[in-house]
Design a protein around this ligand. Sequence first.
Ligand code: FEO
Length: 398
Amino acid sequence: MINLQQAARDTWWIGGCDRRLALFENLFPLPDGVSYNSYVIRDEKTALFDTADISVADQYLDTLRACLGGGAPDYLVILHMEPDHAALLRQVTSMYPGVTLVSCAKSFALLDQFFDDFPAVQRLTVKEGDTLSLGAHTLHFIMAPMVHWPEVMMAYDDATGALFSADAFGTFGAPDSGIFADQYDFDRRFLSEARRYYANIVGKYGQQVQAVLKKAASLDIRAILPLHGPVWRKDIALFVDRYRQWSTCTPESDDIVLIYGSLYGHTASAADAAAVMLREKTGKNVCVYDVSKTDVSDLVGEIWRVGRIVLFCPTYNNGIYPPVRALVDDLQALMLRGRTFALAQNGSWAPASAKLLREELEKLKDVTVLDEVLTIRSALHAGDLPALEAFTDAVAAS
Ligand code: FEO
């Protein structure tokens, strides 16, 4: 079944949605699926932008044929060589051997690494600032290295103001009844998945995102056409501002995120008591998560959202409870910065996790770890209440 939708003047969305895939990159849960977006501009010359994941191949190729109406693309622009967009390059090129591939040198090097015996079609190598005329539409190429792969580039169509943004401005979550962000209550339907996508996939590359945002600031962008999730044709500045916030690791909310690990429920019980006190003392939302029950990518998304994080961590094998350790490893890999952490530890005979966590968290840039640490032994007791008060006072004052 074809799924062809107009995205802008002369411009068509020909992507596909996968709602069966459990883990994106075999890593990130997809409760609402994911879309693989590909686009076609039909002008005097026809340009196809990227392909799609192998999982949507049948629908994608049918839709491509329908979009081209029996014709063939003149250009296949490769913005990103990751296989969720490049998997069908060989099929498409074999179907249309007269096509010219358009991309940067790094992309072509990756293409030859991914594919043996790739069809010998023409290749046009472009670089920053190069243009390609399709007739009424002229494409301007913008290099976006390390957003989030080295070969990534974007294309700007000066006829429609459409920015083909590769993975940038993408989200997890498959649009269902329309391709445009303004057809949904975006914040309710997609925002947390957009943040989770950004933080986990692109979060490490904030500086590179800012460099691209700087280049984009000089363009009259009237639509953003990403490789995942909805297309933007309204409220573009608002979403660009979100990206500015995420790429500078600026908290969006004064909610407090409290994450606990708990083997038998005692640390969880202490964490719940602290959450109630924190809400009373701050009047803020306190969002509580069990580190063992919440996917680490969701926790990363939440930590990207807020400024204050409280960790309740058991001591385990004289070290940090493994799922908390995995979370902190992720925060280090993604180069989180500019946050305040408060640490509570449980240790029945030798509490050590707070000291070890402090050492790890203080490796992060512009991160404050509060001096006040709550230590409980096995379980929270009435005698611990003064310490719990002092701990929550310190968090409230931070
Ligand atoms: Fe959606 Fe980086 O691939």
